[in-house]
Design a protein around this ligand. Sequence first.
Ligand code: AMP
Ligand code: ZN
Ligand code: FE
Ligand code: FE
Length: 283
Amino acid sequence: MPPKIDLHTHSSASDGTDSPAEVVAAAAVAGLDIVALTDHESADGWGAAGKAAADLGLGFVPGIELSTKLRGASIHMLGYLVDPTHPALAEQMREVRDARLIRARRMIEALSVDYDITVEDVDAQIHDGATVGRPHIADALVAKGIVPDRSTAFYDILHPRSPYYVSTFAPSPLAVVVTVRAAGGVPVLAHPATQGRYRVIEDDAIKELVDAGLFGLEIHHRDNTEDGKIRLYELAAKFGLQVTGASDYHGEGKPNRLGENTTSPEVLERLIAAGSGSRPFRG
Ligand code: AMP
Ligand code: ZN
Ligand code: FE
Ligand code: FE
């Protein structure tokens, strides 16, 4: 049997509910052979996740997920095997993390007019040093009994069309591809055909990213629409992009299950050959 590989997961170093070691332990239980940890703007979980992988005999691929924006639309970029201490990447991540914090404060301020929620309530949901996002606000709303779970919060009061929503700064996808490559990493567009929130990016924009070193498209992801996947396959063929798949596991806060989508061993081999900023652990 070929190894089962899941290249997109989140831990408490960003907005997942499991610790980095728990993500890897859950990956072993789910029957995965290789797992990547890709927290938003953070490599803080790599050490603990890598150690857990070594202990459990799993392979581990270090990664990050970076927020970007193109003409107001939110686009996520996965960066595998980066050197997170590379100055340009570290600076880019710091800017986005700082902006996320201010944005969370502004959303809490707006919410507090109508709901019993404070900055302290949200802080209580954030693991030390974690990258802050709407999931932490959602968890505070759940703890306060205002919504039953994270997903309900996302469909309603934290939705981009909600009056409480505040957008946040993110660099362009092109700037992020350039930085990821400069940091020795391998950039892959995350869930590029998500309904509503993301448009499938136009050919010209993709070509620009390819010329800057884009490696692949995360086509096998539950948030990509079926029509979107067809279009993404056309783009992959046209531009010679690799195709990945992954769960985008966030622990208990999201229905996504580890291993529900996977990446082929051949694509992972090419990805590893293309990256030099940090080393994978082969298990
Ligand atoms: P933000 O980055 O602050 O705009 O928040 C969006 C993030 O929340 C994305 O990374 C989602 O994957 C994550 N998220 C976690 N749990 C959920 C959920 N139950 N529904 C929707 N998004 C979620
Ligand atoms: Zn997330
Ligand atoms: Fe994402
Ligand atoms: Fe993600």
